[in-house]
Design a protein around this ligand. Structure first.
Ligand SMILES: NC(=O)c1ccc[n+]([C@@H]2O[C@H](COP(=O)([O-])OP(=O)(O)OC[C@H]3O[C@@H](n4cnc5c(N)ncnc54)[C@H](O)[C@@H]3O)[C@@H](O)[C@H]2O)c1
Length: 419
């Protein structure tokens, strides 16, 4: 099939490369020429094992071409951002522009697939409406479907092939056509349903995780109050065969878990009460981290704090919605001078520094991201540079004994003073 993949970011690029490698003729489209330049130069991000090699392969074999503009195709797959706005509602403007951008190339009988995460009803309602306005009946002229992505950054190449998927069609035929297309590279089961169910399923999965993390965070706060170690509590509780509590931490980030519950909340105000509270609990964790820093240092005025990690999770370069951002903002507003290091992230709202620059002269280090680089860090190295050997571990990442033996005082989020 001739396939146009619109948007070559975290999701679009691997999807395009997989489809090309599976024998389809793929045009990868991105509005940003710099994105295309980087793909030509580097393949894909190095954090995704196997992606660069596959992209280089399909480009060199001519199975995938790159362009800033869509061309005629049998199928169009839209992998465009759906960020959250200040008022916590979805910004669907990229999806709207993306749909409009394919209209000139669209023909009757084509398959149009939305991969972007969207509020329930968007594919049939908003996208269907745009197609209708352009003269295409989304129930007969074109096949319109929603195909959510559930891969985790860092394992995208493995999961994109192996995970089960859901295809939601505006019509049954559209779901089946989408299923056939993805069958070319997906080894997991592909379940067909209607578009709104598939949209809701995608949001439900991440909302489940957000609620579970909020529960873990609540347990962390309670553990600190009653003087026990939440990490021990959760690991023992999880030995129960029907208990699976997630990990607490400094807050929930990323483009999915921290965002998707709002897409349900916005559609059904007042009904998603548990999800709203979970969002509140998780969004309050950065201020808890700042309070712990204050408890450790007293006044933060003029104190130098080294931030270890700004990616929202370990071993990825993605800092979207990261809790590091509010933590740094709140520490700075209380007079602290924050220096920031992340071995993976290359662009961030604050200047990024080397590990040496970040630790030099610090009164406190705050470990925000569970990168392996920090797990394996020799405590003697920052120990020579800091002003005070104090570290706040918000992920329970560090080998406490090893750090204490090197002269550090280690505080861990969720560990009460008696544990
Ligand atoms: N990143 C993930 O792990 C993940 C996982 C599951 C679902 N999703 C969802 O997938 C969607 C895409 O996310 P992403 O992380 O790949 O986004 P991204 O920001 O990494 O990539 C989006 C790309 O689209 C391009 N773009 C924007 N407008 C365009 C247009 N009109 N035409 C062509 N290109 C355009 C941008 O330049 C960018 O390169 C989002 O809805 C997200 O919620 C992401």
């Amino acid at each position: 099939m001739r396939i146009c993949v619109i948007g070559l970011g975290y999701i679009g690029l691997p999807t395009a490369a997989m489809l090309a490698d599976a024998g389809n003729e793929v045009l990868g489209v991105d509005i940003d020429e710099r994105v295309l330049e980087r793909i030509r130069r580097e393949g894909g991000p190095k954090e995704e094992p196997g992606l660069s090699d596959l992209v280089r392969k399909v480009l060199s074999e001519g199975k995938m071409r790159l362009s800033t503009k869509p061309e005629r195709a049998d199928a169009f797959i839209l992998c465009l951002p759906t960020p959250i706005q200040e008022d916590r509602t979805s910004d669907l403007s990229y999806v709207v522009s993306g749909v409009k951008s394919i209209l000139g190339a669209l023909e009757k009988g084509n398959l149009v697939i939305i991969e972007s995460t969207v509020p329930p009803g968007t594919t049939a309602g908003l996208v269907g409406g745009l197609l209708k306005e352009a003269g295409f009946d989304p129930r007969s002229d074109v096949m319109l479907a929603f195909a959510p992505e559930r891969v985790i950054p860092g394992k995208i190449m493995k999961e994109i092939r192996e995970l089960d998927r859901v295809m939601g069609g505006v019509t049954r035929e559209a779901a089946e056509r989408a299923r056939e297309l993805y069958r070319s590279f997906v080894e997991g089961d592909i379940v067909a349903t209607d578009a709104t169910t598939a949209e809701f399923v995608k949001l439900v999965e991440n909302s489940y995780r957000d609620v579970n993390i909020a529960f873990a965070n609540e347990l962390a706060l309670i553990s600190e109050a009653i003087g026990v170690n939440v990490w021990e509590v959760i690991s023992i509780a999880n030995r129960h065969p029907r208990v699976n509590i997630h990990n607490p931490g400094p807050g929930v980030g990323g483009h999915c878990i921290a965002v998707d519950p709002y897409f349900i909340i916005e559609r059904t105000p007042g009904l998603a009460r548990l999800m709203e509270i979970a969002r509140e609990v998780n969004a309050s964790m950065p201020s808890h981290v700042v309070k712990k820093a204050e408890d450790i240092l007293g006044s933060l005025e003029g104190k130098r704090i080294g931030i270890l990690g700004v990616a929202y999770k370990g071993n990825v370069d993605d800092a979207r919605e990261t809790p590091a951002e509010p933590i740094i903002r709140m520490l700075t507003s209380r007079g602290a001078v924050c220096t920031v290091h992340d071995p993976h992230v290359t662009s961030f709202s604050h200047p990024l520094h080397t590990l040496e620059e970040t630790t030099k002269g610090a009164h406190l280090l705050v470990l925000v991201t569970d990168h392996d680089d920090f797990r394996t860090l020799d405590p003697r190295l920052p120990g020579c540079l800091v002003r005070e050997r104090k570290i706040l571990d918000t992920r329970n990442l560090l080998d406490r004994k090893r750090w204490e033996e090197a002269g550090w005082t280690v505080w861990t989020l969720g560990r009460g003073s008696r544990s």
